[in-house]
Design a protein around this ligand. Structure first.
Ligand code: IPE
Ligand code: IPE
Ligand code: MG
Length: 242
């Protein structure tokens, strides 16, 4: 078995299943999104306790604007509620918050809340929580290219490493583990560039139910995976070198 650290440095999560969780309870979808915020705060602490350094979560995709306007505005309002309810606690728990995504389309109020969340946690070091909001993997690649071009980079200077530095998660290593809850087995335009070699873990668990059991199952699965990055298993490479 190829040896890699048993604990992923960076975990990415598509937090899916809020709507179905609410439906099972004969409640409106918003009820599921509210419970999803509580699950997120719980997950941050669980991953931090287990030594994960970066947690990146998909909260609102570039495509989620297609939802009914009352659900979209409900989600926007929920961000404000979540920041006022949980920011202080996350800040004292050592969580550094970053927001990734296109901020141009959100209201001034929401932008201000994001800025407050980021600036009041900037010195924290226990875990970095990146919230992908109005984020899409394709948007990320395009905005990176645009910013590189605006910096005057020409075609020959634009290498993979250089472009990476312009992507929204340039401050973090690529995700080692990519989790999706809710049972769908697709990426839905999340971290297309960064997840090139992530280990994938899909669970039927609906996001509001995500807790220690799922965290430990995902981490145990990850620890057993053999990562190759296009090479051959380490033991075979060692045997070939002998
Ligand atoms: C994920 O839950 C949260 C967001 C996309 C904002 P969904 O709202 O997609 O829940 P399901 O997939 O309909 O159950
Ligand atoms: C992905 O879930 C986006 C988020 C979790 C924020 P969706 O529910 O939007 O994905 P699809 O539409 O099922 O692919
Ligand atoms: Mg969904």
């Amino acid at each position: 078995m190829d040896r890699h650290s048993p604990i992923p440095r960076h975990v990415a999560v598509v937090m899916d299943g809020n709507g179905r969780w609410a439906k099972q309870r004969y409640m409106p979808r918003f009820f599921g999104h509210k419970a999803g915020v509580d699950a997120l705060v719980r997950a941050v602490d669980l991953f931090a306790e287990r030594g994960v350094e970066y947690l990146t979560v998909f909260a609102f995709s570039s495509e989620n604007w297609k939802r009914p306007s009352d659900e979209v505005s409900g989600l926007m309002g929920l961000v404000l509620v979540a920041v006022s309810k949980y920011l202080r606690r996350l800040a004292t728990d050592g969580v550094r918050i970053r927001i990734i995504g296109d901020r141009d389309a959100v209201t001034d109020k929401l932008r201000a809340a994001w800025e407050e969340a980021e600036s009041s946690t900037v010195h924290n070091t226990r875990i970095t929580l990146s919230v992908a909001f109005n984020y899409g993997g394709r948007w990320d690649v395009v905005q990176a290219c645009r910013r590189a071009m605006a910096d005057g980079l020409g075609p020959t200077e634009l290498t993979e490493d250089v472009l990476s530095r312009y992507t929204a998660l340039a401050f973090a290593p690529d995700p080692d583990l990519f989790i999706r809850t809710g049972g769908e087995m697709r990426i839905s335009n999340f971290l297309l560039w960064q997840a090139a070699y992530s280990e994938l873990f899909f669970t039927e668990c609906l996001w509001p139910d995500f807790g220690a059991t799922e965290v430990d199952a995902a981490l145990a699965t990850y620890a057993r995976r053999e990562r190759r990055f296009g090479g051959i298993p380490a033991r075979e490479a060692a045997a070939a070198a002998r």
